[in-house]
Design a protein around this ligand. Structure first.
Ligand code: ZN
Length: 239
């Protein structure tokens, strides 16, 4: 009897450890062109219930893998699921530990250390999230906005991405706006704070997605258009 219970406990612990290990492994894809160029790191599904980023990353990975778009220069690292178990279970935080991955940069959390190892090497960071509301209509919401880092290049990129994506959005009230957050408004432990502290070129995209305000396909398309336009403006795509 004791041996049986002991066996179940051991098996349960092993399963927990295996799941813990898997949940702390972000899904990472890297492609490197033969010509040197800027290193772009794209991060999706940090919050597991903001799923457009995951699907947009997968779409861009497929386009690169099928060579329907070709990388001309530089490496691109695409982290489709920064919080893989949250993404699978549709939860904002990591399911087992309740860790908010986007409040845990610089804290030594295992998953953040792995993400930081990529971000530290980046010249550009694209951080894909989903919010609610339309910022153009309501300044107290975060949806449909592009937040940029503290470099001049980040601001210029945000403007360019905004102009590009807004061409596909009919109503002005649903247009993306570009915003530079005040330092005191940027959450501690977020990728935005972490990237700013290193003077990275940084773009945070927030679609209007929470509570299914817009179909997933619309949000994914918006993100894909912005990702590809960013790579194109950096001269990374072959034509
Ligand atoms: Zn988020």
């Amino acid at each position: 009897m004791f041996a049986e219970i002991f066996g179940i406990v051991i098996a349960g612990s092993a399963a927990w450890l295996a799941a813990y290990h898997i949940c702390n492994m972000p899904r990472v894809f890297t492609k490197t062109a033969s010509n040197p160029g800027p290193h772009v790191v794209i991060v999706g599904a940090t919050h597991g219930d903001e799923q457009a980023g995951f699907h947009a990353c997968k779409r861009v990975i497929r386009l690169l893998s099928d060579r329907r778009i070709r990388l001309w220069r530089g490496p691109v690292t695409i982290i489709s699921a920064a919080n893989p178990c949250g993404m699978l279970l549709d939860t904002r935080n990591m399911p087992m530990t309740r860790l908010d991955v986007n409040r845990s940069y610089g804290t030594g959390a295992m998953i953040n250390q792995k993400l930081e190892s990529h971000v530290d090497k980046a010249d550009w960071v694209l951080d894909l999230h989903e919010g609610w509301g339309f910022r153009a209509m309501n300044p107290f919401t975060v949806g449909s906005a592009i937040y940029y880092g503290e470099t001049r290049a980040s601001m210029d990129m945000a403007m360019a991405l905004k102009n590009k994506v807004n061409k596909m959005i009919q109503h002005d009230s649903m247009h993306f706006v570009s915003v530079r957050d005040r330092r005191k408004d940027i959450p501690i432990g977020s990728l935005q704070a972490y990237a700013n502290a290193q003077s990275k070129n940084y773009i945070l995209v927030e679609t209007t997605g929470l509570y299914n305000a817009q179909p997933l396909a619309v949000r994914v398309e918006q993100m894909v258009v912005m990702i590809l336009h960013c790579l194109d403006l950096l001269g990374m795509l072959a034509h």
